[in-house]
Design a protein around this ligand. Structure first.
Ligand code: MLT
Length: 273
C-alpha cells in the first residue's frame, strides 16, 4: 500500500507491504531506490516478502511522492538519512535492515554514519562506497547541463546505456520502458538536487571494516556503472559479508533479474536474522 508521514511539515511518501496478515513483531527491511527513480522500483521485492518480514520503500527526498527540502539549504546525502530516521521513528521501528541500490546504497552509508544504532543489517546492491572522483564530478556537471537542456527525458537517454545490462537491452523492453516512465515522472528540480547530493557525498570506504551487522553485497554480472569487480572488493572489505552476483542483470539488478534478486535477498534475511 501507499502511505506517508509528515515530518517538519514535509510529506514523506513510502510503499509498505504491511497488512493485517503480518505480525506486529515482524522485522523490517527498508529499501532505498536508485537515481533518478522512486520507491516504485521495488515493486518486485514488495511482492515477494517472506513471512515474519515487513518491507518498506520510501521515496527519497524530492522523488515520487516525497516533498523536496528547503530550496535554500545545500543538498546533502545526509538529508536522506535524516528523513529515514524520521520515517523509522514514525513507524515505531527501532532497528531495521537497510537495503539500498546504487544511490540508495549511498543513503544507506549516510545512515550508517549518522545513526548506526538504527541499522540491524545491510543489503548493498549495485553500489559503491567511494566518493566521486574529479572526473565523475565533471560528469555530474555535464548531467546537470543535460537536464537543463532536455529535462528528465534527456537524463534517461544519457543514462540508458549504463543503466541496463546487455541482456535487458536486447530482451526486456518492458523493463526499459517502465524505468523510462518512472524517470519522466520525477521533477527536474529534484533530479538536479539529487545530482548535487551524489556529487558531494563523502567517501564511505572507512566505514566498511567496522560494519558489525550481517551484510549482503549484490550486483548484476552485466552492471557497467558498478561492475562486479568493485562489488567483490566492497564485499571483501566488510567483515563476514555475503556476495551474490546475478547473471543476465545490469545496474538495476532487482528489476532485471527479480527472481534471482529475491532468492538471494530472502535467503539472507531468513538465515541471518
Ligand atoms: C544510481 O543508479 O543511483 C546512480 O547510478 C548513482 C550514481 O550515478 O552514482
Amino acid at each position: 500500500m501507499r502511505a506517508h508521514i509528515q515530518h517538519g511539515g514535509r510529506f514523506i511518501g513510502y510503499l509498505d507491504d504491511f497488512g493485517a496478515r503480518r505480525s506486529p513483531q515482524a522485522k523490517t527491511l527498508v529499501l532505498l531506490h536508485a537515481f533518478p527513480l522512486a520507491a516504485e522500483m521495488w515493486r518486485p521485492q514488495l511482492e515477494g516478502v517472506p513471512a515474519g518480514w515487513r518491507f518498506v520503500a520510501p521515496d527519497l527526498r524530492g522523488f515520487g511522492q516525497s516533498a523536496p527540502g528547503d530550496a535554500l539549504a545545500p543538498p546533502s546525502v545526509d538529508d536522506y538519512a535524516r528523513d529515514l530516521v524520521a520515517l523509522l521513528d514514525a513507524l515505531g521501528v527501532g532497528r531495521a535492515v537497510i537495503g539500498g541500490l546504487s544511490m540508495g546504497g549511498y543513503a544507506a552509508f549516510a545512515l550508517l554514519r549518522l545513526a548506526p544504532e538504527r541499522v540491524e543489517g545491510l543489503v548493498l546492491a549495485d553500489t559503491k562506497p567511494e566518493a566521486d572522483s574529479e572526473g565523475a564530478r565533471a560528469d555530474r556537471d555535464a548531467m546537470l547541463q543535460t537536464l537543463e537542456r532536455g529535462g528528465a527525458e534527456a537524463v534517461f537517454e544519457r543514462m540508458k546505456p549504463g543503466l541496463f545490462g546487455r541482456t535487458t537491452q536486447a530482451t526486456r523492453p518492458a523493463v526499459v520502458e517502465k524505468i523510462r516512465n518512472l524517470v519522466l515522472a520525477q521533477p527536474p528540480s529534484s533530479i538536479a538536487a539529487a545530482i548535487q547530493r551524489l556529487k558531494l557525498r563523502p567517501d564511505a570506504t572507512p566505514l566498511l571494516p567496522d560494519i558489525a551487522v550481517p551484510a549482503l553485497v549484490m550486483g548484476g554480472a552485466e552492471d557497467q556503472i558498478t561492475p562486479p569487480d568493485g562489488i567483490g572488493r566492497m564485499r571483501a572489505a566488510i567483515p563476514g559479508a555475503e556476495l551474490a552476483i546475478l547473471p543476465g542483470a545490469g545496474h538495476l539488478s532487482n528489476l532485471e533479474a527479480p527472481a534471482d534478486f529475491n532468492a538471494a535477498l530472502v535467503r539472507f534475511l531468513e538465515t541471518r536474522f
